[in-house]
Ligand binder design. Structure first.
Ligand code: JDQ
Length: 222
């Protein structure tokens, strides 16, 4: 899979892409993530990427020209062009799975107050939001999307089942989990987990997942 990210802050991606799973996914050739600085797609001396909104008002918008130039250079007939924006459809595990099946995703990170509407009109296939809070720009949101998508690619996670029993794939939250020692500062690991009875363990985990989901995320049960 190929992912191209268009941003004014390419260094925001350096840390995340160079760590652990994302780094190994790239080294093994399962994904190629390229981060492009939109300023490199300007032609004027001051490399201007923003301008004032027509009709007035505070803040600045991203000019359409550098985004059009970058997307038109990078896009292929199999590309999916995604815009990060607080007005987008919620980014969910289902959307991450859909993106993971695409051969090429181009992610446009908005900056300032957003992008000129003609970018949406002419270039963008999908607008996504990672949650109902306002970030300073789209770069961190795009890094979240890249992370969630890359770990779903075949061979990226070490263990076999891969992401199959992630809580958002099963539709339930994960229940409590324990590792050694069996007693720590007076707190005991539940006896059933030490019993060796795999059927009883499976039933206990299912009950715990259900009650935790009911308590914390009843919306997931509906
Ligand atoms: C941009 C901003 C005031 C946007 C500029 C581009 N889930 C999510 N939260 N925030 C974003 C996504 C996001 C994405 C792209 C962005 C925020 N901003 C800041 C400021 C109004 C609108």
């Amino acid at each position: 899979m190929d992912i191209d990210v268009l941003t004014l802050f390419p260094r925001i991606f350096e840390g995340p892409l160079e760590e652990s799973i994302l780094k190994r996914a790239q080294e093994s050739g399962r994904v190629q993530v390229r981060v492009h600085n939109l300023r490199d797609y300007t032609h004027d001396k001051h490399r201007v990427v923003d301008d004032r909104p027509y009709g007035g008002g505070p803040g600045m918008l991203m000019k359409p020209e550098p985004i059009f130039e970058a997307v038109e250079k990078l896009q292929r007939n199999d590309s999916c062009v995604v815009l990060m924006t607080p007005q987008g459809a919620p980014f969910t595990q289902a959307r991450a799975q859909a993106f993971a099946k695409k051969p090429h995703v181009i992610i446009i990170c908005g900056h300032y107050e957003g992008v000129d509407e003609r970018v949406r009109q002419a270039l963008v296939h999908e607008e996504v939001s990672i949650g109902d809070y306002v970030l300073t720009n789209g770069a961190l949101a795009a890094a979240v999307v890249v992370d969630a998508v890359v770990r779903l690619l075949p061979g990226v996670l070490g263990h076999e089942d891969g992401a199959a029993d992630d809580s958002f794939a099963t539709g339930l939250l994960e229940g409590p989990q324990y590792t050694r020692p069996p007693e720590f500062r007076g707190m005991r690991v539940p006896e059933v987990l030490l019993s060796g009875d795999h059927g009883a363990v499976a039933r206990w985990r299912a009950e715990q997942a259900e009650s935790r989901t009911k308590q914390r995320r009843p919306d997931l049960l509906k």
